[in-house]
Design a protein around this ligand. Structure first.
Ligand SMILES: Nc1ncnc2c1ncn2[C@@H]1O[C@H](COP(=O)(O)OP(=O)(O)O)[C@@H](O)[C@H]1O
Ligand SMILES: [Mg+2]
Length: 248
């Protein structure tokens, strides 16, 4: 079983990178899965979190087909990004299946490849989806987050015409604050409208997560007693359960 899962949302700041890092860490640490985190965003936040901002990065990897992965924690590897990735956009138009082809050789080595996508619906996430078996939408509970869903769904549907294996397999609500009416509303809508894909375990907005990232750690390493630890463990259990059941 090997799953390549793109974590997407065309908006920035919703929690994609943080959620990708923590689910990846928890899959590797608590479920014994071999996980590759792929930083597919020129902002390189995921690479920064794990302190890897050097080349060779994803841009070179796509062109040469040689993927230099860094082991960042036991069972957890990272394929970093750099700001130069931005310059690759034109090239990706000509080579939309470059990522898919580059990842092909890694199938045996990992149980999960998690692709942290940039906040857009341009060619970059398009090539991520062309290389993926599954998509997870990460959202927060802000106003307009649900309106943005129509755009994401259209985007995925368009790519499914070329990548028929691709399915929307999860919706994750994060940065959840139950004191905010909007968050509560979004939670109810997701649960009722997408009962089969919504992971019924919102990740709360917790300061320790921000502090952990500022210290270059996951919250698992920074503060084991944080409520965020139980939230990320719960979502990872559901995530792993779901993807273990779907045949590769
Ligand atoms: N569960 C959480 N609790 C508190 N802050 C969070 C949580 N998840 C993400 N954040 C913070 O929100 C900001 C945006 O998160 P990030 O993962 O970088 O979003 P994206 O990748 O979608 O742009 C960051 O400052 C991050 O520390
Ligand atoms: Mg990000």
């Amino acid at each position: 079983m090997m799953k390549t899962i793109s974590l997407i949302n065309q908006k920035g700041g919703v929690g994609k990178t943080t959620t990708t890092a923590h689910i990846g860490y928890a899959l590797a640490t608590f479920h014994g899965a071999r996980v590759l985190l792929l930083d597919y965003d020129a902002q390189s936040n995921l690479s920064m979190l794990f302190g890897i901002e050097s080349s060779p990065a994803i841009a070179e990897a796509l062109k040469t087909g040689e993927l230099a992965v860094h082991e960042v924690r036991p069972n957890l590897w990272l394929l970093p990004s750099t700001t130069e990735f931005v310059q690759l956009e034109q090239w990706l138009y000509q080579n939309p299946f470059a990522l898919r082809d580059a990842l092909r050789g890694l199938r045996e080595q990992f149980d999960y490849i998690l692709i942290d996508c940039p906040p857009s619906t341009n060619i970059v996430p398009e090539t991520a989806l062309l290389a993926s078996s599954d998509v997870c939408i990460i959202t927060n509970g802000e106003p307009y987050s649900l309106q943005g869903f129509a755009t994401i769904m259209q985007f995925v549907t368009r790519i499914q015409e070329r990548q028929t294996e691709l399915s929307i397999s999860g919706i994750i609500l994060t940065r959840y604050d139950k004191r905010k009416a909007m968050c509560r509303e979004v939670e109810v809508v997701l649960r009722e409208r997408y009962p089969d894909v919504y992971f019924n375990a919102p990740i709360r907005e917790i300061q320790a997560v921000v502090d952990a990232l500022a210290s270059g750690m996951t919250v698992f390493e920074y503060k084991r007693t944080s409520l965020a630890v139980s939230d990320f463990r719960k979502i990872t259990e559901l995530f792993h359960e779901r993807f273990s059941l779907i045949p590769a």
